[in-house]
Structure formats: structure tokens, C-alpha cells
Design a protein around this ligand. Structure first.
Ligand code: ADP
Length: 535
């Protein structure tokens, strides 16, 4: 027997409608390209989104067409987010840190009809425009400017907006229609498109807002870019709950972030570990402390123990580790401050906080061995981490075959352990785990231990071929002053098993990062592949 309740589609246009009625006075603070700070209410912002919708109709954009953005976290980008999806088109956020060949591939694959671009990124468009098959309209997100970049089809956002009437009604879409498109950074092969539906976006947003326990007074500062998995869904989550949203623009350095956090009373911060490293260094150098921060959500890569401690001991705040990926909208697990955790002695709690946490309702998790047999939740077994749920991918955009197995499980490419209470810990990317004499060494754990050493600023561990053990770890470090291998080894031997200690430690000036800030280990493995064979 079926239930009798209304089948009401959960869609972004309905969310906008709700926010216009009930969250209209929530504030959006935004750092502009000239470094000034602008303030606008959600109501005014969304009325500008209504003009964006008409603007798109005037350019011949139809329901389901893709519309690109290459922009920082700022209020125009927010307006475009909801103008595009509210009129039924698909918001395609583009990562400007991609290589030009990847940008060309993505823009052609998505067939964007219009691309909104912040001035910073106009040279990127100039460099690739002749290769774009669809000849998209380019809209510079700002006032009219004379540029000498020779861009065709160039229009100016502020001018167009001023001369456009707001759309009367948001489009009535089906909840299974596409709402947004993000491409994975594709460290190997072409980037792959993940096409979110209205339903997946709204369910993710409900779950994330609920799990993160944002309250109505929260002021959320997503440093994670709106071009990276929709800033972990923050624009939708804050709109749903009427929070103040603080958008940091292009200024992601410690000084600028501190200014924004303190002037705007941010209470929830969200970003990748590298960003927080910059902020913490700035605070340390200037003898400053953060006030009133409820939580710092960290994801994208593992948050080191030293960072968890520093946020707590010096800034009286709690680091919430989150894990997920583009294919998961992105949130999969969170490690929130449970009552049980808060009763533990500090050191034990910090150790627990390094784990990636518990799945939200809506995410099923399991680990499997090479033959796809499910492994136990015993905190020891390590295996391929598989997931499924209503905001998790089924197939990539335009792909001919599904991305999941017959039972709907998606292989995340991560290796994990699950503890008896359900807490999940990422051990490594499957391709980065080091297989030494039949045993596995987690490069992430070793890196995290290494960055606790006072001389080390950044660490990267890769497995390289070894004549006896198949593979052994080497540690590459960016460090202050001269490299002191003995001191690092002594430090590490207190933190990890002896057989995990790196076979060599090498000082480097910089480490290669991909478009989403992750270490590019493929490149390093190639570079150092003979290192231990020759020694
Ligand atoms: P990309 O576009 O580079 O794939 P994603 O953000 O989708 O970017 O990357 C997802 C991957 O990032 C995960 O599969 C995992 O390996 C890593 N990751 C994300 N969050 C964490 C975390 N909290 N700890 C460790 N690794 C993480």
C-alpha cells in the first residue's frame, strides 16, 4: 500500500521562492575584486537573480542548457547560481586552476551557451576562446570595461542587469532534472562531469545543514570555492536556513581572512587544510586569536593533528573533519563533537578528530577486499571504500556505462578502515597507498605525523620501487632552515611504527598541487622512481 502524501518535487526554484519569502533579510557579505567589502540582503540578491534569469532567456538559453561560471566566491556569483538554476538551466561551475586543454575540453563537453566570468579570469577565456565549438556568450561579471584581450561575444553584467526586467516566475522543474554540473579535476585522463539533480542538491543541502547543526544565528564563511563542488553546497544550505553568508572573494591569505572573520563575526569556517595553514601562520606571527568560532569544517584532504590541536588550544574552537568528493555532492561523513567525544581527555579526543567520521543519513558506506567481499568494521581491516545514496553519482555526464556496480555502489578510489562504532578513517587514495613487503603504509598518516615536526611546513610521502620490499616510502619536505634528518626521524619514530619510517627524507623548494589543491603524487612517483633502486 502506498502512502497518501503529496508528491511535491524538491527543487532549487522552490528553495529560492521560500528564501525570498522567509530569509529575505539575511545578509550576504562579499569581498569584491577591488578588495572593497559589499553587503546585500538575500532578498535583493535574489531579485537580481531574477534579472539574470531574464538575461539568459534573452540569450536564447532554454531549460536544461548549460551555463558556465568562472568566478570567485562573491555575491554576483551567488546571484548567477540562483538565476541560472531558477530558470531551469544547469549551473556549470568551472575551476579556473585547470590547464587550458582541460578548460577547452570541459567547455566543449558541457556545451555551455553562456559563460559568466570574473575579470581575473578573462585572460583564460581569451586563451581558449578560438577552440570553443559552441561560441558561448561571455559575460564579464562587473561594470563595462575596455579590454584589449580581443574576446568575441563579450557582454557586461552590470550593464545588462540594469537594462533587464526581473523574471516573473521561477521555472517549474521536475526534481529529477539536472540542476548543476561539476567536473572532477581528472589527475589522469579527461575530467569527468558529475550532473547533480534538483533532488540530489536539495537532499544534500537538508542533510548537510542538519548535520552541521547550523543555527539561525550562524554566519558561515566558505573559503572552499564556489567552483569546487559548489563550495560543499554552502550557497544552498545557507539559503535554506537563512544564515549570514560571508564570501571571501579572491583574497584567501591569512590577513584578509582574519579581517573578514573578525569584522563580520564569522561563526562557521569551511575550507581545505592549506587555507587554514595560511591563516594559522598569520595568527601566530601576529599574536592574534580567533574569537567566537563555533567550528572549522575541514575537508578535501586530511587535517593534520597539529592543526586540530592549534585550533582548539589557541583559538578555542573545534575542527570538524568532513570527507567526500565531487561524485558525492560532496558530503559523505562528518566527525562532529559528540557528547562521548567531548568527555574524553584532550589528547584522546584530538586523535579521534583526525578520523573522517560518521556518514550522514543518506550515505551508505562499506569497505571491500580485492574480490569485492565486504570487510569487517573492526578498526583494522583496510579496503576499497564504496558508497551509495541519493546524492551520490550513478553515471558521469554523457557516459555510456554506469559509474556504479549492479547494486548501485560507487568505488570512491579511497582506502579506508571502519571502526566498530561506525567511525570511518581514510587511510589513503588507493593509488597512493604504499605496499611494503605485503603490508600497507598510509602515506596520509605519515604526512600528518611529519607536519607536526616544528621545522616542517609541508610534507608529502610517496611510495617508490625498492629492490627488497617492492615499495618503500620516501618523505619530501618543505622546511624552515636546513634539513635535519635525524631530528625528523626521531620525531617520527615516536608517532608511527618503525617499519613505516621513510627510507629517505628529501628537502624540496615546492610540491606540485592539482587544481583542487591536492598533492600530485603521480608526478613525484615518476620523478623519484629510481631513488631507492640506486641507493
Ligand atoms: P577531485 O576533483 O580532486 O577528485 P574531490 O574534492 O572530489 O576533488 O576529491 C575527493 C577526494 O579527496 C576523496 O576521494 C579523498 O581522497 C580526498 N578527501 C576529501 N576529504 C578528505 C578528508 N577529510 N581526508 C582525507 N582525504 C579527503
Amino acid at each position: 500500500m502506498k502512502g497518501n502524501m503529496l508528491n511535491w518535487d524538491v527543487t532549487v526554484p522552490k528553495l529560492i521562492d521560500h528564501a525570498e519569502k522567509y530569509s529575505f533579510d539575511a545578509e550576504i557579505v562579499s569581498r569584491e575584486l577591488d578588495n572593497s567589502i559589499s553587503k546585500i540582503t538575500v532578498g535583493d540578491c535574489l531579485s537580481r537573480s531574477r534579472r539574470v534569469a531574464t538575461m539568459l532567456l534573452n540569450f536564447g538559453v532554454h531549460q536544461g542548457d548549460r551555463v558556465g561560471t568562472i568566478a570567485w566566491n562573491n555575491s554576483r556569483h551567488f546571484e548567477v547560481y540562483f538565476g541560472v538554476t531558477g530558470m531551469g538551466a544547469v549551473l556549470h561551475t568551472i575551476n579556473p586552476r585547470l590547464f587550458p586543454e582541460q578548460l577547452i575540453y570541459i567547455l566543449n563537453h558541457a556545451e555551455d551557451k553562456v559563460v559568466f566570468v570574473d575579470e581575473t579570469f578573462l585572460p583564460l577565456i581569451a586563451a581558449v576562446q578560438e577552440h570553443l565549438q559552441n561560441s558561448p556568450h561571455i559575460i564579464l561579471m562587473g561594470p563595462k570595461k575596455n579590454t584589449e584581450l580581443g574576446i568575441n561575444n563579450l557582454h557586461f553584467y552590470d550593464e545588462l542587469l540594469a537594462s533587464t526586467q526581473p523574471i516573473e516566475n521561477w521555472t517549474d522543474v521536475d526534481e529529477l532534472d539536472a540542476a548543476a554540473l561539476c567536473y572532477t579535476s581528472g589527475t589522469t585522463g579527461n575530467p569527468k562531469g558529475v550532473l547533480y539533480s534538483h533532488r540530489s542538491t536539495m537532499l544534500h543541502s537538508w542533510a548537510a545543514g542538519n548535520a552541521l547543526r547550523f543555527d539561525t544565528n550562524s554566519s558561515v564563511l566558505p573559503v572552499v570555492p564556489m567552483f569546487h563542488v559548489n563550495a560543499w553546497g554552502t550557497p544552498y544550505t545557507t539559503l535554506m536556513n537563512g544564515h549570514k553568508l560571508i564570501l571571501p572573494g579572491q583574497a584567501l591569505d591569512g590577513a584578509s581572512l582574519y579581517e573578514l572573520i573578525s569584522n563580520e563575526n564569522a561563526s562557521v569556517l569551511m575550507g581545505v587544510p592549506t587555507v587554514w595553514l595560511g591563516l594559522l601562520n598569520y595568527l601566530k606571527e601576529n599574536n592574534l586569536t580567533l574569537q567566537g568560532i563555533e567550528k572549522v569544517m575541514v575537508g578535501g584532504s586530511a587535517a593534520p593533528l597539529a592543526m586540530i590541536k592549534e585550533f582548539n588550544q589557541k583559538h578555542n574552537t573545534f575542527l570538524v573533519h568532513g570527507w567526500g568528493m565531487t561524485e558525492m555532492s560532496p558530503l559523505g561523513t562528518l566527525n562532529l563533537p559528540s557528547k562521548k567525544m567531548m568527555q574524553l581527555p584532550d589528547e584522546e579526543r584530538y586523535a579521534l578528530q583526525t578520523k573522517q567520521g560518521y556518514p550522514l543519513f543518506g550515505v551508505e558506506l562499506k569497505i571491500v577486499d580485492d574480490d569485492n567481499n565486504q570487510l569487517p568494521r573492526d578498526g583494522k581491516a583496510q579496503g576499497a571504500l564504496k558508497v551509495r545514496g541519493p546524492w551520490i553519482i550513478e553515471s558521469y555526464f554523457k557516459a555510456e556505462s554506469p559509474a556504479v556496480d549492479d547494486e548501485g555502489w560507487f568505488d570512491t578510489g579511497d582506502v579506508a578502515t571502519i571502526f566498530p562504532d561506525g567511525c570511518m578513517q581514510i587511510m589513503d587514495r588507493a593509488k597512493d597507498v604504499i605496499k611494503s613487503g605485503g603490508e600497507w603504509i598510509s602515506s596520509i598518516d605519515l604526512e600528518n605525523a611529519a607536519v607536526g615536526h616544528p621545522d616542517i611546513e609541508e610534507a608529502c610521502v610517496v611510495g617508490v620501487p625498492h629492490p627488497k620490499w617492492d615499495e618503500r616510502p620516501i618523505l619530501l619536505v618543505i622546511c624552515k632552515g636546513d634539513l635535519d634528518k635525524t631530528s625528523i626521524n626521531e620525531y617520527l619514530s615516536e608517532k608511527v611504527a618503525k617499519w613505516w619510517l621513510p627510507d629517505d627524507i628529501i628537502k624540496v623548494d615546492n610540491l606540485p598541487h592539482g587544481a583542487t589543491g591536492k598533492l600530485l603524487k603521480v608526478e613525484l612517483r615518476e620523478k623519484y622512481k629510481h631513488h631507492l633502486m640506486e641507493n
